[in-house]
Design a protein around this ligand. Structure first.
Ligand code: ADP
Ligand code: MG
Length: 239
């Protein structure tokens, strides 16, 4: 589904990604952990071309990113949710969700609204369709952001620390929505330091350090029997 070969990314003279090789299969959930500044966000941003790779190959569902014609198609197939919710503040929840499908998928307003309401039910916010973002809690805003990404009917979802800007009591409601998506078989890459959650949903965990995949494995193997010293050191700080 997603295939990354020898992905390198430099910012000026700073080498941020130093040869990432990664395949994410259909229905697979991959959790990415690693120290701040190790390149986790950059990997996700390269996957939907928010950052153009310096070199290497990325393909999504058979579409190659080296073919510029594919980039828009790839972006439509890959939904992304960030740490900050990035909702449009001057639009209602419903309009936040329907804007892109109407504009870029050329779906009628009626159809887009029906599907938005179904998505709001899925994330437990059907009663908030006419609210503005500022009226919602952080956890609710993040659930709207997830519904908005799903409205594009992506085949793949990327989450970049989706709960790290939330108050602790709101973390679970957002993780539960992501967990439901995993159960439905959505393929995902999730950057998170919520280890309990990672153990519940991840098929595979990657530990990224200084722009390389230092170690990867099944969650319990990686968390409880790490092989690399760097992984042990990192886990000792967060577990
Ligand atoms: P992580 O998500 O693991 O914390 P990032 O992928 O955000 O790490 O960043 C990796 C490195 O790349 C950091 O040193 C960061 O400062 C640098 N970096 C990220 N984005 C940019 C950018 N747009 N311009 C310059 N440097 C950047
Ligand atoms: Mg980051």
């Amino acid at each position: 589904m997603i295939e990354i070969k020898d992905l390198r990314k430099n910012f000026g003279s700073l080498q941020v990604l130093k040869g990432i090789n990664l395949t994410i299969h259909d229905k697979e959930v991959v959790v990415i952990i690693g120290p701040s500044g190790s390149g986790k966000s950059t990997i996700l941003r390269c996957i939907n071309y928010l950052e153009p790779p310096t070199s290497g190959e990325i393909s999504v569902d058979g579409l190659s990113m080296n073919d510029t014609k594919s980039i828009n198609a790839i972006r439509m197939e890959v939904g992304m949710v960030f740490q900050r919710f990035n909702l449009f503040p001057h639009m209602t929840v419903l309009n936040n969700i329907t804007l892109s499908p109407i504009k870029t998928r050329h779906i009628s307003r009626k159809e887009a609204e029906e599907s938005a309401i179904q998505l709001l039910q899925k994330v437990g916010l059907e009663d908030k369709k006419d609210a503005y973002p500022e009226m919602l809690s952080g956890g609710q805003q993040q659930r709207v952001a997830i519904a908005r990404a799903l409205a594009m009917k992506p085949k793949f979802m990327l989450f970049d620390e989706p709960t790290s800007a939330l108050d602790p009591e709101m973390v679970r409601e957002v993780l539960d929505v992501i967990k439901d998506l995993a159960k439905e078989g959505m393929a995902m890459a999730i950057v998170t330091h919520e280890m309990g959650f990672a153990r519940e949903v991840a098929d595979r965990v990657l530990f990224i350090d200084e722009g390389v995949i230092m170690e990867e494995g099944k969650p319990d193997d990686l968390f409880f029997h790490p092989q690399e010293e760097r992984t042990k050191l990192f886990l000792s700080k967060i577990l």
